[in-house]
Design a protein around this ligand. Structure first.
Ligand code: SAM
Length: 285
């Protein structure tokens, strides 16, 4: 089965398996023949790599990954899809399909069991409803992976890749950039999918940092608590947001901002990663 980018083949497959797309599971499948090869190539998949794919759908990206990588493990939540994948991936013997919710799989164990001696990459066209939780889980667990190459809604990609200190930056940008160096690789039009979603997408690659970009003298949890509180009320000053989000006296927060050379009128999106870490080190020492 090598023409999953052909709409007629996909429709025949749908009707043969009586498959109906689930909106709730974010099932918009890629049918543009250019995107999956481009994405698989951009992920860095080659014979030295093992790949974790999340949400293989009918297997259109899985096939491109398998053409390049030593092994692919694809995790798919939809119980109806393993039967379809058994057909569409039948010509490969180095793909393993696991029917499970990616949020419940022990990924450290999976990597140990399935990818011994291989460098590991994650590559996925992520379901939109769960983009940030999946990315944050993969990052926070400090999995031994080199990078995540993921397709997400274009707006989400722009937000995630926005540098701290710039307007589009949010708590998720700071968190993602604490763990990785993200970059948008290319945009993907909504017309590349079946069924056609309401939004455009983008592919981004998150290269995992070996060392964090700032030195924290406190618990990482407190750093992320501070970042979330700072962005908690976007239109407010960081002073007011931190006062509302942390159980600390306003005077103490104002004094700490002064010590860190941050104006009390600053907003969270104006703060750099270094300023967040300085604030954290001073507030939670
Ligand atoms: N990779 C295919 C493609 O590019 O055409 C399908 C991508 S589709 C956007 C997202 C896929 O993720 C669907 O197959 C959906 O069933 C699956 N999915 C949704 N939630 C999931 C979860 N929590 N764990 C694993 N797979 C999930």
């Amino acid at each position: 089965m090598n023409n999953l980018s052909d709409i007629h083949t996909v429709k025949r497959l749908l009707s043969r398996h009586g498959f109906q797309f689930s909106k709730a599971l974010g099932q918009n499948f890629l049918i543009d023949p250019e995107i999956c090869p481009q994405m698989a190539e951009a992920s860095g998949a080659d014979q030295t790599k093992g790949i974790i794919e999340i949400g293989p759908g009918f297997g259109v990206l899985t096939r491109e990954l398998a053409k390049r990588a030593c092994k692919v493990v694809a995790i798919e939540i939809d119980k109806r899809l393993p039967a379809v994948l058994a057909e569409t991936l039948a010509d490969f013997n180095h793909i393993k399909v696991i029917q499970a919710d990616v949020m419940e799989v022990n990924l450290h164990q999976l990597i140990k069991n399935e990818f011994s001696g291989l460098e590991v990459l994650v590559c996925a066209n992520l379901p939109y409803y769960i983009t940030s939780p999946v990315i944050m889980r993969l990052l926070e667990e400090r999995l031994p992976v080199e990078s995540l190459t993921v397709m997400v809604q274009k707006e989400a990609a722009v937000r995630i890749c926005a540098h701290p200190g710039t307007r589009a930056c949010g708590a998720v940008s700071v968190a993602v950039q604490y763990y990785s160096n993200p970059q948008i690789l290319f945009d993907v039009s909504r017309d590349c999918f079946f069924p056609v979603p309401k939004v455009d997408s983008a592919v981004m690659r998150l290269d995992i940092r070996r060392e964090p970009p700032v030195e924290l003298q406190t618990d990482e949890k407190q750093f992320f608590q501070l970042v979330r509180a700072a962005f908690g009320q976007r239109r407010k000053t960081v002073l007011n947001s931190l006062y509302a989000g942390l159980s600390k006296p306003k005077d103490e927060i104002a004094c700490t901002l002064q010590q860190a050379n941050i104006p009390t009128t600053a907003r969270a999106e104006q703060l750099t990663m270094e300023q967040f870490s300085t604030l954290c080190n001073l507030l939670f020492r």
